[in-house]
Design a protein around this ligand. Sequence first.
Ligand code: THU
Length: 133
Amino acid sequence: MTLIDEARKVRELAYAPYSRFKVGAAVRGRNGVVYVGCNVENVAYPEGTCAEAGAIAAMVAGGETELVEVCVIAESGKPIPPCGGCRQKLAEFGDANVPVLLATTGGQTLATTIGDLLPGRFDATHMADVAPQ
Ligand code: THU
C-alpha cells in the first residue's frame, strides 16, 4: 500500500466526535516501516491529539526515530496544513528536505517539505551555549 493509502485507511478510524473532522497521517521511517495515526479527540478539548502526533508516537514506540516521508489526509476542500505543534513534532524526527504530501479524500494533493512548513525552526543548536552545571 502507498503512504497515501495508509493515511486514507487510518483516517477512517479517527475519533473525532466533537469536530467531526477526521484526519489520517502516515510516516515512513528510515527503516522502511510505515507508521500510522489518526486524531483522537477528548471532551476536554485541549486533550485531543492530532493524527501526526499519533503516527509519530507509533513510530517511536516501534523503535524508529527518523522519518523520511510524511502524508496527511483529510476530507477538505483543499489539502490541510499540519498545525503549528505538529510541524515542530515532524521537525524533531525529520530533516528539512523530507517530503510531506498533504491530501484530500477527494484526490487533491499538495507536495511540500518539513523545512518549508517550519522555516526558522527551534532546534538543539539554539541550546548549544548553555553553561554546564
Ligand atoms: N487535526 C489533525 O489531526 N491534524 C492536523 O494537521 C490539523 C488538525 C485534527 C485536530 C482535531 O481533532 C481536528 O483535526 C480539528 O482541528
